[in-house]
Design a protein around this ligand. Structure first.
Ligand code: GMT
Length: 375
């Protein structure tokens, strides 16, 4: 197939899923054309069957705001026409599904089907804002196919927007051959010189991630178990989080790594993954951590209970229940045997349920069915 993929190219789960999907499809012999305003983060180096088309934004003094939705639609038309695409797959509804619908209308009889993957805040947060709500609902309804990354997100979409459309659940996935605990780990030696346990968190440091909770959980755990905290990523809550570490007097044991692209080494250097989010439609980074054999301590929101099994691959607690999350962490870190059982179960769950080789064929089938339905 000739597949067009549109996503946000910067750090963030939806762009990562879109990019990893495109790479996996290309490996399976499809031609994949990425259409976005910048090269997606994980699309580094030459990859056979993968092409990138940059959406150019021209400025005009009259435009106070960039007209990205329109420029993207125009670029989609161009790529569909000249690269002879069979299907367009857009990730994150706003504004990608709207652009795809516009492109389809412009192409008329020469148009192609498009499918929209809903990822999270496009449905649970931003999409509900009055300035976007009608356009989001309309664009989802007009999509020829729709997928959501968890059952929870599917249900939220149907109930929040009153949509009756068929939505297929296709979960996030991970390359379990690549995301695998590395045995010898230099980074571990560096950050844990006295064999301290390592807690880890990665996110875009937005409010919904509740990064300050991560620091507070760590602050409780370190009172009972010698440990350090590694924070990966950047975003609006980073300064607050740094400030909180200063107030608690724990800066020497908290390592802010900022944005990182090679994560396997960092997961491999860690013992526990913390995800105390306020909202999480799936939790891709928790899956990557599990694939590297890390038990996860998370909140109970959204799709997280579909990903991890409480009491087997980690523990789940109510949002904001810092004490409980800290107790669970201490419990695992103190009991070597229990830790090993949880760590193996986390890896097993990733391999058996969310491996790239079992999930990508679901997208291929989804494309075929979507194309068939419009002919
Ligand atoms: O944070 C977002 O909502 C944006 C989105 C993204 O682009 O980073 O993340 C979402 O998509 C990921 C990939 O499907 C999911 O694993 C994340 O759980 C989800 N984030 C939230 O729901 C907060």
């Amino acid at each position: 197939m000739n597949i067009g993929i549109t996503c946000y190219p910067t750090y963030g789960g939806s762009g990562i899923v879109a990019t990893e999907l495109g790479k996996a499809l290309a490996k399976r012999g499809h031609k994949v054309h990425f259409i976005s305003y910048a090269l997606p983060t994980r699309l580094d180096g030459f990859i056979e069957n993968v092409y990138f088309h940059e959406v150019e934004m021209s400025n005009y003094p009259l435009f106070d705001f960039p007209l990205y939705t329109v420029a993207l639609a125009s670029k989609m038309v161009d790529v569909v026409k000249y690269e002879k695409l069979d299907i367009l797959h857009v990730h994150y509804a706003i504004p990608h599904a709207t652009s795809a619908f516009l492109a389809q209308q412009i192409l008329g009889d020469n148009g192609i089907p498009f499918t929209t993957t809903l990822h999270g805040t496009d449905i649970t947060l931003v999409g509900l804002e009055p300035s976007y709500l009608y356009a989001v609902k309309f664009s989802i309804e007009k999509s020829n196919g729709v997928t959501a990354v968890s059952r929870h997100l599917k249900e939220k979409t149907l109930s929040n927007y009153g949509i009756t459309k068929d939505i297929e659940v296709i979960p996030n996935f991970v390359d379990t051959k690549k995301y695998k605990k590395a045995e010898a780990c230099k980074f571990r030696e560096q950050i844990s010189p006295n064999n301290e346990k390592i807690l880890m968190h990665i996110s875009n440091f937005r409010k919904v991630k509740r990064v300050p909770d991560t620091v507070r959980i760590f602050n409780e755990v370190r009172k009972e178990v010698p440990c350090r905290l590694v924070l990966v990523g950047d975003g609006p809550d980073r300064s607050n989080t740094e400030q909180l570490c200063r107030e608690l007097g724990i800066c020497k044991d908290v390592i802010f790594l900022g944005k990182q692209s090679e994560l396997v080494e960092i997961y491999s250097a860690s013992d526990i993954f913390l995800m105390p989010s306020q909202s999480e439609s799936f939790g891709l980074s928790a899956l990557e951590a599990m694939s590297c054999s890390l038990p996860v301590i998370s909140s109970s929101v959204g799709g997280l209970p579909e990903l991890q099994v409480h009491g087997e691959t980690g523990y789940i607690a109510e949002i904001g229940d810092i004490d409980r999350m800290a107790r669970y962490t201490i419990d695992l870190l103190r009991d070597e045997n229990k830790y090993r059982i949880f760590s193996e179960a986390a890896r097993r769950r990733a391999v058996e349920n969310f491996d790239v080789d079992s999930i990508v064929p679901l997208y291929e089938k989804h494309y075929e069915e979507t194309m068939e339905a419009v002919t």
